[in-house]
Design a protein around this ligand. Sequence first.
Ligand code: NI
Length: 188
Amino acid sequence: MIVPITLYSDDILRQKAVPLEGIDSGVRDLIGNMLETMYNAPGIGLAAPQAGSALRLLVLDISCMKEYAHVKPMVVINPVVLSSRGYLAMEEGCLSIPGVQGDVVRPAVITLRYRNEEYAEETMEFSGMLARVLQHEIDHLDGRLFVDRLQKRDRRKVQKQLDAIASGSFAASYPVAEISSSGYAANG
Ligand code: NI
């Protein structure tokens, strides 16, 4: 099932998502919905808060990019970055922030401990586009968006677009959620 993607200024995108304690049919459904929603958009990564669930879960598939055609889709649960090295600036965008792009500096290589779609623990090193997408999506689980990491000047350049999205004025070619600002306030 394609689910509406939550948008910039929605409180769920600012919450710290909660770890999963296992995989049940509800989680399996959510993973299926997230993959379908990501492919439909289309996007190369999606974090659970973007699908309306504040859980530490993300999916990605970068195989649409020529040099990554062999890379299998990933389901990543409860990720923890154990170490990182190097720095790299790359342009990013986000399905929750339609039409906005900007250069973000992040570590080039990360070592990640996480649980896969079988809830089995894995520890692996990632570089290149995988490291980039993983870090962008992990940020979502911590309530952080790529626009928070733009240089001040770049952030100023996109501020009008961000304000427009917050006020409901944007163009997206995929279903989006109505912006909700009640949940977070209720949690303080
Ligand atoms: Ni994103």
